[in-house]
Design a binder for this molecule. Structure first.
Ligand code: NCD
Length: 317
């Protein structure tokens, strides 16, 4: 029985990350590289919040590895609607599947779930907490475009509620990247995230104005304002549409800047950036498949698997 989960980016060392990215590159070049090992493997998709990319790319990844998926469906159509606890739900689902991918609106949900089951749990987003598999595909994309050494990364938008930001910033400390956080005052990184980053030796600065740092950046990671997490719609309206880039904004950037976004975008990146050399966000979304294949290959470790690239317990047990 395995006891490994992917709950937060903080559990991943540089070596863990590089092992997953290397395996993803192998699987990208040869999707049959794990052929035959997952024919009897089932992955449960438990999404208590909306998802397109994360859910579909985990689904695709498991199927491309030769396995299959079982989908809890929407909250409305499941027993959650009848008041079932998360603990009971995942205890039942572990009887059906070899691993669980969980997205939930509450921070800490994946960690909690991992304490009740003996199959690997992947945190596919827990409220404003973490989204570590997104980080792996973000890093894969950065490595392809700019390499991971000596990076200067700007992270802009909703740094308060954006879980992709929290995971990415934590992982970037493993690569000693210089990080510039650009946001309105009200959406700065939470203090707890800042403390953790400082503890990890992060090199970071905060800004309210992108112009201050744009010319220095290798990568600009733009995020959506997480409207659904605002307790007050008026507060959302105050910041909506403020941090937006277009082709004109990028005239001040280096020619080799890479613009990324976890998607979905609302209006943070104008469509006139899409066909430019800067835009990496659709390639980034496509990278979700090989990276999640590599992640599952590590966590589920089908028959005959070699070393597990994500063999950390994630603090869940
Ligand atoms: C992100 C998420 O769910 O946190 N989406 C994704 O998984 N690619 C980003 C977002 O919703 O803004």
């Amino acid at each position: 029985m395995r006891h490994d989960h992917l709950l937060s980016a903080g559990q991943l060392t540089r070596e863990d990350i590089e092992a997953v990215l290397d395996r993803a590159a192998e699987l990208d070049a040869d999707p049959d590289a794990a052929a035959g090992r997952y024919d009897d493997t089932l992955l449960a998709l438990c999404f208590f919040e909306p998802s397109t990319r994360t859910k579909m790319s985990f689904d695709t990844a498991m199927k491309r590895l030769g396995g299959d998926t079982v989908d809890m469906g929407t909250v409305e159509s499941s027993s959650v609607k009848k008041g079932e606890s998360l603990a009971d739900t995942v205890r039942v689902i572990e009887g059906y599947a070899d691993g669980i991918v969980l997205r939930h609106p509450s921070e800490g949900a994946a960690k909690l779930a991992s304490q009740f089951v003996d199959v690997p749990v992947v945190n596919a987003g827990d409220g404003a907490g973490q989204h570590p598999s997104q980080t792996l595909l973000d890093l894969y994309t950065m490595r392809e475009r700019a390499g991971l050494d000596d990076l200067t990364v700007g992270i802009m938008g909703d740094l308060k509620y954006g879980r992709t930001v929290h995971s990415l910033a934590s992982a970037l400390t493993e690569f000693d990247a210089r990080m510039h956080f650009v946001s309105p005052e009200s959406l700065r990184l939470p203090r707890s995230v800042q403390f953790d980053l400082h503890d990890a030796g992060a090199r970071l600065r905060e800004h309210t104005d992108l112009d201050e740092v744009l010319p220095e950046l290798d990568v600009l990671y733009v995020t959506r304002i997480q409207r659904e997490r605002f307790p007050d719609e008026n507060e959302y309206q105050k910041v909506a549409g403020q941090y937006r880039i277009d082709a004109e904004t990028l005239e001040a950037a280096r020619d080799d800047l890479t613009v990324m976004h976890p998607l979905p975008r609302v209006d943070e990146i104008a469509p006139d950036v899409d066909d430019s050399e800067y835009a990496a966000y659709f390639a980034q979304a496509h990278n979700g498949v090989p990276v999640r294949m590599a992640l599952l290959d590590g966590l589920l470790a089908g028959d005959g698997a070699a070393d597990d690239p994500v063999a950390t317990d994630g603090g869940g047990r």
